[in-house]
Write a protein that binds this ligand. Structure first.
Ligand code: AR6
Length: 172
């Protein structure tokens, strides 16, 4: 099992699935969401509209990957940061549900962006702690997941995730 951290663009990843930082209307938008729909083509939105009527915050749904290298896209909906305790629960649950979808669909490798830390305003270090801990906890009991790669877009986010990981936060 490997957890990797790379600085880069999630749309270019060759993992079996990539996760999207979506909104609860599954309507597309800016940031990672815009980049994924742009690179993956209209097929992804078509499938979303056909199969789902939105997705609650803290949950996730799955579609094919369209023109992406990844075979699947997991559309995870993180919380808009509010400063309340529920933020952490909802962010944890968005990662956890995404990982459960991997297990259910026999997906062994998945790439995640830093969910909620762009337009949704979640402080990066707090979000990194949650992301790395939730992934670490899940893979401990789910050996079917062989690779989780965090793909971080900017230097500050990349450094925050690496630092959290190197401090051993995932070893609980
Ligand atoms: N690859 C990897 N990371 C990226 C990419 C990319 N191509 N592009 C941006 N990021 P955001 P959120 C980083 O705003 O906060 C959308 O409009 C970005 O720098 O994409 O969960 C949706 O439709 C940041 O570090 O997601 C929702 O309405 C991180 O990805 C809303 O934004 C997340 O930023 C979701 O907001």
């Amino acid at each position: 099992m490997a957890i990797e951290f790379v600085k880069g663009d999630i749309t270019k990843q060759d993992t079996e699935a990539i996760a999207n930082a979506a909104n609860s209307r599954l309507a597309g938008g800016g940031g990672v969401d815009g980049a994924i729909h742009h690179a993956g083509g209209a097929e992804i939105m078509r499938e979303l509209k056909e199969k789902y009527r939105g997705c609650s915050t803290g949950s996730a749904v799955i579609t094919g990957g369209g023109k992406l290298k990844a075979k699947y896209v997991i559309h995870a909906v993180g919380p808009v940061y509010s400063g309340r305790a529920s933020d952490a629960q909802l962010l944890t649950s968005a990662y956890r549900k995404s990982l459960e979808l991997c297990t259910e669909n026999n997906i062994c490798s998945v790439a995640f962006p830093s969910i909620s830390t762009g337009a949704y305003g979640y402080p990066v270090r707090e979000a990194a702690l949650i992301a790395v801990k939730t992934v670490g906890d899940y893979v401990k009991t789910h050996p079917e997941i062989k690779l989780v790669r965090f793909v971080l877009f900017d230097d500050e986010t990349f450094q925050a995730y690496k630092e959290v990981y190197s401090r051993g936060v995932m070893v609980s």
